[in-house]
Design a protein around this ligand. Structure first.
Ligand code: 7RM
Length: 635
């Protein structure tokens, strides 16, 4: 069966096959990988129990697919191009051979430091090649990596380390992003005060700021490498993994106060990320793929590291930010390396758009073939700017909808194949079966309809569990609607059957493509000494997509209110990280609550959007007069 898609007819035919014979379809996709032992059974599933198993009985190691199998033909091909934060600093290129060597070396380092299959390892690192090397070395030895984004606070790191009981941390002294320097190791030291499971910290040299190195616990990356350099044979045999052994944990926010450790497993995740990378972007050998995400998020895991490397592609890793030293940075990078595919977020596009045409002067951009978007709905204005100014009207835009929990892209145009509609993720890729349901879980059939987006059949990249709490996985994703995976997103299916994601229908805010739970932010705000209670909602924000709006009740306080706001922001930064700082704080005397004590966020959302005239029914409120007060304060 030829699974290549060149035309929309191919797409239709393969899509049909994938729904009529899902197991046959995925077996054919999986056949493209190197398995130490093939599976006995393609799929076993029970959504009611949230039990899903792909490729049972198979043995593999994902790094053999990302590294070893390319050595025969592509040893000297560039695997990773690294562009530093500072354009004056020298870039780096690692061939597949070099990357393989370094991953094996670092696998030895992990082993020497006591790491065994199944151990949890926390990575808190800047966007340098060593982060990808560390990720792959964990996978090679069979340890479960938990990458924590460099923007999270010590408290957030501690929570994640403790939840997963990590035994070892990999970090760096510091890191650079734009004009800022981050003291990563110092933040780790603060976190570790609360973490008893951690026995070792490996510290990479990056900015060489002063750090405390504790005897018996902290070791330098470079010293550890030197110890294994004397080994004659650097090869490190890849640990044979069961298809359903965990590959990694990645924490993501939900509607409760506590982030969930989303668990992906070796076989299914490998098959799914490689397949979607190749299919959606229509990746061609020798293309340069530039995903601008951070490896601390799922997009970086799937489309900087695992997807591209399993396909033998050249993946570009960028340490910095789009606006430094100026807002032409992405385009300089595209020209410097002749990038073919750029994959970025609407928030970055809107931000760059706001600088006008000046940063685009003298940029060539003619190497670009495909543009990608991910993380949040893309508004039409940003879509057209991306299309015209960056793609010069000749590059397909793939607006890719997916989630941390789905492992890889689910609904997206296939580059050059699917007709494009601005603002539409468009059609499910073969193997993905979306349906829309109403509040009661009844399927909404036909076209020109809206509802809650669910998926009715498993795919290999689906979440397997939430770490340490399988029941939470079941209730979160599989219990809202029986026998369906619920995404938490609202969605429209138009007259042509094209899907447009309209945003979260739960208490999750999407700030610059990053998920933040309202409950998490509320918990952090409530820790401030002067705060009695708070309610947080998302509101439309020109650049970030959504901003964070906090309604806060203060204790009768003699303190300066402006300073108290600053203190609250500092508290949130300490507890979660700067990414969760509210954009607006409004002090209120009361919150709109029902008689059962539930905050009616619907009303607060309307107020945050300044839609005061359409607040809906407020008669069920315990004290409807608070609404008028809040409106006055918001004016
Ligand atoms: C990949 C990623 C997931 C949430 C998801 C949506 C939103 C992501 C799009 C999108 C509209 C898109 N994982 N989302 N992609 N909304 N169009 N193309 O972002 O776990 O961090 O977020 O992001 O609400 O549920 S994530």
């Amino acid at each position: 069966m030829d699974l290549n898609i060149h035309t929309i007819e191919d797409y239709n035919r393969i899509y049909d096959f994938s729904t009529k014979d899902p197991e046959g379809f995925w077996a054919a996709v999986a056949d493209d990988y190197y398995w130490q032992k093939k599976w006995d059974k393609v799929l076993e599933w029970d959504f009611a129990k949230a039990d899903i198993k792909w490729f049972q009985g198979a043995k593999l190691n994902i790094t053999e697919n990302c590294l070893d199998r390319h050595l025969e033909k592509d040893a000297d091909k560039t695997a990773i191009i690294w562009e530093p934060n500072d354009p004056e600093e020298h870039f780096r290129k690692l061939s597949y051979k070099e990357l393989h060597f370094k991953v094996c070396q670092f696998s030895h380092v992990l082993k020497n430091n006591g790491v065994k299959k199944g151990d949890r390892i926390c990575l808190y690192m800047p966007m340098v090649p060593e982060l990808a090397i560390a990720v792959l070395a964990c996978a090679r030895i069979g340890a479960i990596h938990s990458v924590v984004f460099g923007g999270f606070s010590a408290q957030s790191i501690a929570d994640r380390i403790n939840d997963a009981q990590c035994s070892l941390i990999i970090t760096s002294d510091g890191g650079f992003r734009g004009s800022k320097e981050f003291p990563l190791k110092n933040i780790i030291d603060d976190a570790l005060v609360q973490c008893r499971s951690v026995g070792k910290v490996i510290v990479l040299t990056r900015s060489r700021i002063p750090v405390s190195m504790i005897k018996g616990r902290d070791v330098w990356w470079e010293d550890e490498i030197r110890k294994v350099e004397t080994h004659g044979n650097p090869d490190f045999p890849a640990e044979p993994m069961d298809a359903e052994d965990p590959l990694f944990i990645l924490y993501t926010s939900g509607s409760t106060g506590k982030p969930k450790g989303v668990v992906h497993t070796c076989g299914g995740y490998m098959v799914y990320t490689g397949y979607t990378f190749k299919t959606v972007f229509q990746y061609q050998p020798n293309q340069i793929h530039f995903c601008t995400a951070d490896i601390g998020w799922i997009t970086g895991h799937s489309y900087i590291v695992y997807g591209p490397l399993s396909q033998g592609a050249t993946t570009l890793m960028f340490e910095g930010i789009p606006t430094w030293p100026d807002a032409g940075r992405f385009w300089d990078i595209v020209d410097k390396y002749k990038v073919d595919i750029i994959y970025t977020a609407p928030t970055a596009i809107r931000s760059l758009m706001s600088f006008g045409d000046e940063p685009l002067k003298n940029k060539d951009l003619s190497s670009l073939k495909t543009l990608g978007s991910v993380g949040e709905p893309i508004n039409e204005e940003a879509w057209h700017w991306y299309d015209q100014k960056i793609g010069k009207g000749k590059c397909p835009i793939v607006d890719t909808w997916w989630q941390t929990e789905t492992g890889g892209i689910m609904i997206s145009a296939i580059a050059g194949v699917t007709p494009l509609k601005p603002g539409y993720a468009s059609l499910p890729i073969p193997g993905v079966q979306p349906i829309l349901v109403d509040e009661n879980g009844m399927e909404i059939e036909g076209n020109g309809v809206s509802g809650n987006l669910c998926i009715k059949f498993p795919w290999p990249g689906i979440i397997r569990t939430t770490y340490g709490d399988h029941e939470r996985n079941r209730t979160n994703y599989f219990a809202t609607y029986p026998n369906l995976y619920f995404t938490g997103d609202g969605c429209l299916r138009d007259q042509d059957g094209f899907y447009k994601i309209t945003g979260r229908v739960d208490d999750v805010i999407n700030v610059s493509g990053h998920r933040i739970g309202t409950a998490e932010v509320e918990n952090a705000i409530n820790m401030h000494a002067d705060v009695i209670e708070s309610a947080v909602v998302g509101y439309p924000h020109d650049i970030k997509g959504q901003g964070i709006y906090a309604f806060v009740i203060l204790d009768v306080s003699l303190h300066d209110h402006e300073l108290t706001k600053q203190d609250i922001l500092q508290t949130v930064t300490r507890i979660i990280g700067a990414i969760a700082k509210p954009d607006k704080i409004q002090f209120v005397s009361g919150l709109p609550k029902t008689r059962s004590g539930k905050i009616m966020r619907r009303i607060l959302r309307k107020i945050s959007e300044k839609e005061f005239s359409s607040l809906g029914d407020t008669s069920t409120l315990l004290d409807p007069s608070v609404v008028e007060d809040i409106i006055q304060g918001a004016l």
